[in-house]
Design a protein around this ligand. Structure first.
Ligand code: HMG
Ligand code: MG
Length: 298
């Protein structure tokens, strides 16, 4: 069966903007977040406290948090890779963080400058301290369905990495198809492996990039297995600068169109959301990749 309600984890301001050629002014980011909240999205991943040289697009994280008017009932998680990032996030008054691990050796090196083992040593004190401070912590795992350098990734390897991060004290595991290559059978296999390793299905979220046009099919496969949290990006912006051939995330509008059609509640006003993405496309000087935005506003 399918869930009655899905929580959309909106990553447009983070995954969406981290990959843009231009640095978006902080005031535009703040308006983007305000409009996303106004459109009914309840989780807005806001920015990253990563090294500013690694992701210059999000180097304004402190200014963004300082300027943010938090809407009641909306959470604003941020990415944090290490203790330095946690210090910065705590100083900015953040209540919800996400660590982001890799399922593969090559991507751990390229994205985090760490080996697979070293990434756990980096994350462990982050999660322990964040939990002691009362923060919610999500764990991402990247390259769950394929890696541009290593090729196919074994489901058991993904499950082992995910379980190890969850055992540190994270509350949610987001399975990332960083380069958008997954197909639905693989999604079933990886989710089965993660739950077989002891991660409750209710703690699993999915994070699909849409490079090969499979993101919605993959989402439906995950929903059928009991997943109720889905990551997506307004307008379909997104991509990781450290992953070859990563394009936009599943577009939030495309997701909402499907969920509305299935009678699954999200709380999102599709019209307001499409207006927001059309406006953001104007700011970025290129059309929104989302098919639904193009159909509604093109
Ligand atoms: P490193 O160069 O190994 O850093 O980078 P280090 O630990 O050796 O420290 C070097 C210097 O950087 C030190 O300064 C640190 O203080 C400073 P010094 O003492 O030499 O003056 N530093 C920092 N400064 C500010 N904020 C920090 C920070 N950390 C260290 N947080 C590091 C290691 C992890 C920092 C780096 O590799 C990094 O920032 N990586 C982030 C890459 C990234 O953001 N990628 C995109 C997000 S992941 C993604 O998109 C995938 C996802 O969407 C899911 C999916 O699609 O699969 C989540
Ligand atoms: Mg991503």
């Amino acid at each position: 069966g399918l869930p009655e309600r899905v929580t959309i984890w909106e990553v447009g301001a983070r995954d969406g903007l981290q990959n843009e050629a231009t640095v978006v002014p902080v005031d535009v980011k703040l308006e983007f977040l305000a409009r996303l909240a106004e459109a009914g999205l309840g989780v807005l991943e806001a920015t990253s406290f990563v090294h500013p040289k690694w992701v210059p697009q999000l180097a304004d994280a402190e200014d963004l948090l300082a300027g943010l008017t938090k809407v009641d009932g909306v959470s604003y998680p941020v990415l944090v890779p290490n203790e330095r990032g946690l210090d910065r996030a705590l100083a900015a008054g953040v209540q919800h963080i996400a660590i982001f691990g890799s399922a593969t050796e090559t991507f751990a090196k390229r994205n985090l400058n760490r080996t697979l083992d070293e990434q756990f040593a980096m994350f462990e004190p982050v999660v322990t301290r964040a939990r002691a401070e009362g923060l919610d912590v999500r764990a991402y795992v990247s390259m769950c369905f394929g890696d541009p350098w290593e090729g196919p990734v074994a489901a058991d390897q993904v499950a082992a990495v995910g379980k190890r991060l969850m055992d540190m004290g994270c509350g949610q595991l987001s399975l990332g198809d960083t380069i958008g290559v997954a197909t639905p059978g693989q999604v079933e296999a990886v989710i089965a492996a993660a739950s077989g390793a002891g991660v409750p299905i209710g703690d699993i979220a999915v994070h699909f990039h849409d490079t090969y046009g499979q993101a919605l099919s993959n989402t439906l496969a995950a929903l059928r297995l009991g997943v109720t949290t889905v990551d997506s990006s307004a307008g379909g912006l997104g991509g990781c600068p450290y992953a070859e051939s990563a394009t936009g995330n599943l577009a939030t509008e495309d997701l909402v169109w499907m969920l509305d059609g299935l009678g699954i509640k999200t709380g999102v006003d599709l019209d307001k959301l499409a207006d927001t993405s059309a406006w953001m496309a104007g700011q970025l000087g290129r059309p929104a990749p989302s098919r639904v935005v193009q159909a509604l506003r093109g």
